[in-house]
Ligand binder design. Structure first.
Ligand code: ADP
Ligand code: MG
Length: 648
C-alpha cells in the first residue's frame, strides 16, 4: 500500500522539547553527532541480532557501516547506516514522539521546570537523542527503509511543531538522515560540520568505540605515477577521493584500563545508557579461567525517572564475543541493583541464545553473582573513602539498594552494611547501623526503631517520649521499603532490632528497670477495673488496655503486640487485599492528669457517662498522634465540641 504525503503535528511535549533544543539551551552542540551515530549503531545492532534467525534480512549486505557525507555548497551533513531501518508507522511512533520519555512523569517535570538550568538538567537526565539534530540544523530530513520491506519512508521537519511524511524509494535497507546545517557561529558553539577535520575530531571524541566503521570520504592529493608506479618527475598532483574510517572501533572494554581515559569511558556510558550526564563511577572487570568474561559497569549520577516503577525494564547489555546479543539482559544483575548500567562480554555464550536458555545458563548465573558482589564492594569502598559521594548515590538509589536486604539472601550482610537510616541522633545526617551501635548506651541491648509515614510524624509520636527523655537513639524508618527491611532483618552484629511501637519497653539499668516494672505492675493492679472498663468500651479496636512507662507528656498511645504488623504495613496489606483488621493495645500514661482524673471519677461513679466519652477521645488522640486515620472523624469532632462547651 502506498500512502501519499501527510502532515502531522508533534505530540505536545515533543514540540516543547524541540523548542528547547532549538533555542540552544544546551551548550555542547557537537554531541548531536554522537546521538545520531549512536542511533545508527543501535539500528545495526538490532538488524544483526534479528538476522541471526532471519538471515534473508541481510539481503547479501553484511558489510555494516555508518557513513558521513558533506556538501559544502548545500551546507548539508548526511549520516547513513545500513541497519534495521524503520517502517512508516515506526517513523511516526519513534520520531514523532519522545519514545521513552513520553510518560506522565516526564510531562509533569517538563511543566514544572521553569528555569533554563532546570530544563538543561532535565534534558541531561532524559536525553533528547534524535532531536539534538535541531541544535545545529534548520531542517532535518530522513529516508528510511525497513529491512525486509519494499517501500521507504521520507520524513521532514523544520522543527516548527509539525512534520511531513511521504512514501519514497531507497535502494537498500537502512536510514539516511540529512541535516540542513545552520551557519557556523562560534558564539553559540556551532562549528562548521561540513569540515572533515572537525567531524573526524568529534567522532574520535565521542564515538571512537562504536563497533561499526564510521566512514567519511577524504580528498587527497597524490602525485601522478608513471608506468612503474613511481611518481612522475614533473607530473601534476591529482585529487583522489577515498574512504577513511574515523573510529578505531575497538571495544572499550577490551582495552587495558590504563589506556582508556575517563572521558572515553564516560562517552561510552552515554552511548549505552542514553543518559547525557557523566556517571559517578566506572567499574571495569575481567575474568579469565573457567568462565571468561569482561564487564564494564557504571553507577549513574542520577536515578532514572522510572527506577521505582513496577514493571520498568532494566539489565545490562550482553555481548557474546564482541557481538551484542541483548540490549537489556535482566539475568545479569539483580533487580535491586537495576540502576547499574553497563555491558558484559562473554566468551562462552552461543550467539543465538534465547531468553529462556539465559535464565538457566550456569555462566550467566555465575557472572551475575560476581557482578553483584563487585558492585556492593565498590559501593562499600565509596562509602568508606568518599562519604559525600556515597550520600549522593544513596539519595538516588538507596531505596532500591534497601530492597536487597530482603531479596539478596547471599549478600545480605553486605547490603545491610550499606544501608543508611534517618535517626533521632541528628536532624539531617543519616546513619548506618554500625555507627548507631557505636553510639549505643552501655546497658542498651537492642537497636530501637520506629516506622511511620514521615519524619515529622515519627518524631512527634508519643512512643518516642521516654526514649527522648532518657537519651536513647531511635532510628526513623519512614520509607515504604523500610517495613520489608526490618521484616527480614532481625538482628545486626548480634544485636536485635526492636520496634518501639510494639511490645513493652523498659529503659535504664537492670536495677532501674526492675523497679519501674514492679511499680507499674502494682499500679496496673490498682486500676485493673478501670482499664477493663475502657477496653470494653473500645473493644472493636482495642484488645488490651494497660499502663506504661513509655510516655512522659502524652496521655496515651497505641502499640502492637510483639509480632503484630505496624499500622503502616497493615494499611499497605489492606490496600493489596482483605487482611483482617488488627486490634491494637492501648497504653495509658499513669502520671498524666487525664488518667488521674478518670480514676477519681471512676471511683466515685462507675457509671459516669463522661468516662465513656473520654475513652473514645483517648483512642482518637492516639490514632492522630501516630499518623493513622480516625475511623469516624465526625464522631470525634462531636465529642471534642461537647467537651469544649462543657468546660468553657
Ligand atoms: P533513543 O535512542 O534513546 O531511543 P532517540 O531520540 O535517539 O532516542 O531515537 C528515537 C528512536 O528512533 C530510536 O529508539 C529508534 O527506534 C528510532 N531511530 C532513530 N534513529 C534511527 C536509525 N538510524 N535507524 C533506525 N531507527 C532509528
Ligand atoms: Mg538515541
Amino acid at each position: 500500500m502506498v500512502v501519499g504525503a501527510e502532515t502531522f503535528q508533534f505530540q505536545a511535549e515533543t514540540k516543547q522539547l524541540l523548542d528547547l533544543v532549538i533555542n540552544s539551551l544546551y551548550t555542547n552542540k557537537e554531541i548531536f553527532l554522537r546521538e545520531l551515530i549512536s542511533n545508527a549503531s543501535d539500528a545495526i545492532d538490532k538488524l544483526r541480532f534479528e538476522a541471526l534467525t532471519k538471515t534473508d534480512l541481510l539481503e547479501n549486505d553484511d558489510k555494516f557501516e555508518i557513513r558521513l557525507e558533506t556538501d559544502k555548497d548545500a551546507r548539508t551533513l548526511t549520516i547513513s547506516d545500513n541497519g534495521i531501518g524503520m517502517s512508516r508507522d515506526e517513523v511516526i511512533a519513534n520520531i514523532g514522539t519522545i519514545a521513552k520519555s513520553g510518560t506522565k512523569e516526564f510531562r509533569e517535570k517538563l511543566k514544572d521546570a521553569t528555569s533554563d538550568k532546570g530544563l538543561i538538567e532535565l534534558i541531561g537526565q532524559f536525553g533528547v537523542g534524535f532531536y539534538s539534530a535541531f541544535m545545529v540544523a534548520d531542517k532535518v530530513s530522513l529516508v528510511t527503509r525497513k529491512a525486509g520491506e519494499k517501500d521507504a519512508t521520507y520524513w521532514e521537519s523544520v522543527g516548527d511543531g509539525q512534520y511531513t511524511i511521504d512514501t519514497t524509494e531507497r535502494s537498500k535497507r537502512g536510514t539516511t538522515i540529512t541535516l540542513h546545517l545552520k551557519a557556523s557561529d562560534p558564539d553559540s558553539g556551532i562549528e562548521d560540520y561540513t569540515d572533515s577535520w572537525t567531524l573526524s575530531n568529534i567522532v574520535k571524541r565521542h564515538s571512537d568505540f562504536v563497533s561499526y566503521p564510521i566512514i567519511s570520504k577524504e580528498e587527497k592529493q597524490e602525485p601522478e605515477l608513471d608506468e612503474e608506479g613511481k611518481p612522475k618527475k614533473d607530473g601534476k598532483s591529482i585529487t583522489v577521493i577515498e574512504d577513511k574510517t574515523l573510529n578505531s572501533m575497538k571495544p572499550i572494554w577490551t582495552r587495558s584500563q590504563s589506556e582508556v581515559t575517563e572521558s572515553e569511558y564516560f562517552e561510552f556510558y552515554k552511548h549505552i545508557s542514553h543518559d547525557w550526564t557523566d556517571p559517578l563511577k566506572t567499574i571495569s572487570l575481567r575474568a579469565e579461567g573457567r568462565i571468561e568474561y569482561q564487564a564494564l559497569l557504571f553507577i549513574p549520577s542520577k536515578a532514572p525517572f522510572d527506577l521505582y516503577y513496577h514493571g520498568s525494564e532494566w539489565g545490562l547489555r550482553l555481548y557474546a564475543k564482541r557481538i551484542m546479543i541483548m540490549e537489556k539482559c535482566e539475568e545479569l544483575i539483580p533487580r535491586y541493583l537495576r540502576f547499574v548500567k553497563g555491558i558484559v562480554d562473554s566468551a562462552d555464550l552461543p550467539l543465538n541464545i534465547s531468553r529462556q536458555m539465559l535464565q538457566q545458563d550456569r555462566h550467566i548465573t555465575q557472572i551475575r553473582k560476581w557482578l553483584a558482589k563487585k558492585v556492593l564492594d565498590t559501593l562499600k569502598e565509596i562509602q568508606e573513602k568518599d562519604p559525600e559521594k556515597y550520600l549522593q548515590i544513596w539519595k538516588s538509589f538507596g531505596a532500591a539498594i534497601k530492597e536487597g536486604v530482603s531479596s539478596d539472601f547471599e549478600n545480605k550482610d553486605r547490603v545491610v552494611s550499606l544501608v543508611l537510616f534517618q535517626s533521632s541522633n541528628d536532624p539531617e545526617k543519616l546513619t548506618s547501623l554500625k555507627d548507631y551501635i557505636e553510639r549505643m548506651k552501655p546497658e542498651q541491648k537492642e537497636l530501637f526503631y520506629l516506622t511511620g509515614e514521615s519524619r515529622t510524624v515519627v518524631e512527634n509520636s508519643p512512643h518516642l517520649e521516654a526514649f527522648k527523655e532518657k537519651g536513647y537513639e531511635v532510628l526513623y524508618l519512614v520509607e515504604p521499603v523500610d517495613e520489608l527491611v526490618v521484616d527480614s532483618l532481625h538482628e545486626f552484629e548480634g544485636k536485635s532490632l526492636k520496634s518501639i511501637g510494639k511490645g513493652t519497653v523498659e529503659l535504664g539499668s537492670e536495677e532501674e528497670r526492675q523497679k519501674a516494672k514492679q511499680e507499674l505492675e502494682e499500679k496496673q493492679k490498682e486500676s485493673a477495673s478501670l482499664l477493663e472498663f475502657i477496653q470494653k468500651r473500645l473493644s472493636e479496636d482495642i484488645k488490651e488496655v494497660r499502663l506504661s512507662n513509655r510516655l512522659t507528656s502524652s496521655p496515651v498511645c497505641l502499640v502492637g503486640a510483639e509480632h503484630d504488623y505496624s499500622p503502616q504495613l497493615e494499611r499497605l496489606l489492606r490496600q493489596a487485599g482483605n487482611t483482617p483488621k488488627q486490634k491494637r493495645i492501648m497504653e495509658l500514661n499513669p502520671k498524666h492528669s487525664i488518667f488521674l482524673r478518670m480514676q477519681e471519677r471512676y471511683e466515685k461513679n462507675k457509671e459516669d457517662l463522661m468516662l465513656s466519652d473520654y475513652a473514645e477521645l483517648l483512642l482518637g488522640y492516639a490514632l492522630l498522634a501516630e499518623g493513622s486515620e480516625l475511623p469516624n472523624p465526625a464522631r470525634f469532632n462531636q465529642l471534642v465540641v461537647s467537651l469544649m462547651v462543657k468546660n468553657f
